[in-house]
Design a protein around this ligand. Sequence first.
Ligand code: PEP
Length: 265
Amino acid sequence: MTTRKHLIAGNWKMNGTQASTTEFFNSLNPADFCTQSADYLICPPATCLHTAQDAISGQKLPIATGSQTMDYHESGAYTGELSTDMILETGATHAIIGHSERRQYYNETDDTVSQKVEAAINAGLIPIACVGETLDERDAGQADTIVTTQTQHALSRVPKGTCPSKLVIAYEPVWAIGTGKTCDSAEANRVCGVIRATVARLLGDDVANGVRILYGGSVKPGNAAELFGLPDIDGGLIGGASLKATDYTDIAKATAGLTQTACSV
Ligand code: PEP
């Protein structure tokens, strides 16, 4: 039977300095991060990736690091962008791709998401491809169509034979990000199931059974256990609450004993 370990991924967005990054990791206790229950990841600003690595090693924390975006070109005249090599060089293992804020403010499209997912996998970075509907789309009854279409695009260039552990998808309803409005847990699980069924159609049942699908949108210590206890939610992509060491720790602890064995595909 396929098992999926939860992934507790923090997205710090444009928050944090090198000093606050060191302070954050220094205040974590390695004993609170059980690697049998989950994998842990923090995506700080790019300027703090090295600092985060140093603090994590110093504290012997089982936490990986990731970037919040990346470019799909190998190098060249792309001012301000980060290549996969630059990200990997910091020791990072993951890259968030297609976050709704990148789609909204920086012209990220389904096509650039698909190119970035392909480039990340080819380079050995694990993409966290974000999909999710706006409130207007949900109110118009289009949530499943939007999420399915975004997932199809995100996976359209995934190289054949990609191991499911090398790919993560995050369902992030746009209306729940940073608003304090969490998606109802049963509904979040249902939509994650829609995404998993889409993965099965495109990449086969083995990949669908093994790929981690996270929920993101106002995850907090108080709702994490309920969300992560559902069969198609394999952890969280956490914004605001990941900035506070105590909240990130409490969310991490909510995964105790929750390795996923059930699957809706
Ligand atoms: C996010 O940044 O992806 C996110 C889900 O933010 P928040 O947890 O603050 O809603």
